[in-house]
Design a protein around this ligand. Structure first.
Ligand code: PLP
Length: 376
């Protein structure tokens, strides 16, 4: 049986073009970009081209892009870099953030910061008015993700940031699930900090980036040799930086067309689901969503059982957020949305990507029908 991967929000494969761009930097261009000789200069040039490519995709200056080891590091850097540097800081986050923000904010709290958590409506959307209310006594940072990893719901970050800018409150957005999937323009969004994850857009795991608006004061997370203009020490991972740059260049080339294609795959999927004899609901149905994500609750079923049924049919999906493992505990996102337990416990996240075809989607629906049929 041909394996069907529908877990692109968990991670993506490295595309051949990305791999080919990276390969010479793993072998012949192995130099340390901090070295002034031929080998170092070659590596440095690769890293700087990558910085330009990332900047090109999110519309900022290359000097505002800082490479990190992952989205978790970028998220932690944004929160701790601002939060720890200001004793007694007040940080406002949404209730549906990834654990890289949730857990980091909890740590900040233990360090003496005040953290406010803003809820979402039943569509999984943050209300900008609720963010404004949470900032009534002033705030040092607002962090609201751009696309939720479980539902794909796109948050009103631009509206929040437009208001925050007038108040002088810096805004961070975790765009790990958005960059490369929908247009992300930091100037249009008006954010001060933005997180990028390499492995969600066909670059390897172990590389990310943080956009830091020019002029924003942000304390380093890693101290040492002063790489990344003194803000993120540690010898640069040039091959992975090159890969992330190439992945961003690729996304910039055909984003509207690929988005339309993936939206159509979503339509085919939901049409197929509609023809199955099961009770299900699509989360964030009326919210703007990522084109390649559909989180579906199957009434009265257990997500673990559905996944087990799909695993034997060589289908890869996830229950809730993959980063939490394949547990059927209702996620904090579904809980914040107030999803009834009978649907929440049977929630499966389907996510597709560039290599996915219509044929794959039809075959997914067929095997899903088989797996659900066995549970009835
Ligand atoms: N933020 C979001 C929205 C994510 O979806 C993820 C991963 O799933 C992360 C952050 C963390 O990414 P990483 O595990 O690569 O650090």
């Amino acid at each position: 049986m041909r394996p069907l991967y529908f877990d692109y929000n968990a991670t993506t494969p490295i595309l051949p073009r990305v791999y080919e761009a990276m390969r010479p930097y793993l072998t012949e261009h192995f130099g340390n970009p901090g070295s002034g000789h031929l080998w170092g200069l070659k590596a440095k040039r690769g890293a700087e081209l990558a910085r330009e490519q990332v900047a090109g995709l999110i519309n900022c200056a290359p000097g505002e892009v800082y490479f990190t080891s992952c989205a978790t590091e970028s998220d932690n850097w944004a929160l701790l870099g601002l939060g720890l540097a200001r004793p007694g800081a007040h940080v406002v986050i949404s209730a549906i953030e990834h654990p890289a923000i949730v857990e980091c904010a909890a740590y900040l709290e233990r360090c003496g910061a005040r953290v406010s958590r803003v809820g979402v409506d039943e569509q999984g959307l943050v209300d900008p008015a609720a963010v404004r209310a949470a900032c009534a006594s002033g705030a040092d940072l607002i962090s609201v993700m751009l696309a939720n990893n479980e539902t794909g719901a796109l948050q009103p970050v631009a509206e929040i940031a437009a208001w925050a800018r007038k108040q002088g409150i810096p805004v961070h957005s975790d765009a790990a699930q958005a960059v490369g999937k929908v247009p992300v323009d930091v100037a249009a969004l008006g954010v001060d900090l933005l997180t990028i994850a390499g492995h969600k857009l066909y670059a390897p795991k172990g590389v990310g980036a943080l956009y830091v608006r020019q002029g924003l004061e942000l304390a380093p997370l890693l101290w040492g040799g002063g790489q990344e203009r003194g803000r993120r020490s540690g010898t640069e991972n040039v091959p992975y930086m090159v890969a992330l740059g190439e992945a961003c260049a690729l996304a910039a080339e055909d984003l509207p067309g690929e988005m339309a294609r993936q939206r159509e795959l979503g339509r085919v999927f939901l049409e197929g689901l509609g023809a199955l004899d099961v009770d299900w609901r699509l989360y964030s149905e009326r919210a703007p969503r990522l084109p390649g994500t559909a989180a579906v609750g199957f009434k009265g079923l257990n997500a673990g059982d559905i996944i087990s049924g799909l695993v034997v049919l060589d289908v890869g999906v996830s229950a809730g957020a993959a980063c939490h493992g394949d547990t059927t505990v209702v996620s904090h996102v579904l809980a914040a949305m107030g999803v009834p337990l009978e649907y929440a416990q049977g929630t499966i996240r389907f996510s597709w990507g560039r290599p996915t075809s219509q044929d794959d989607v039809r075959e997914l629906v067929r095997r899903l029908g088989q797996a659900l049929g066995a549970l009835a």
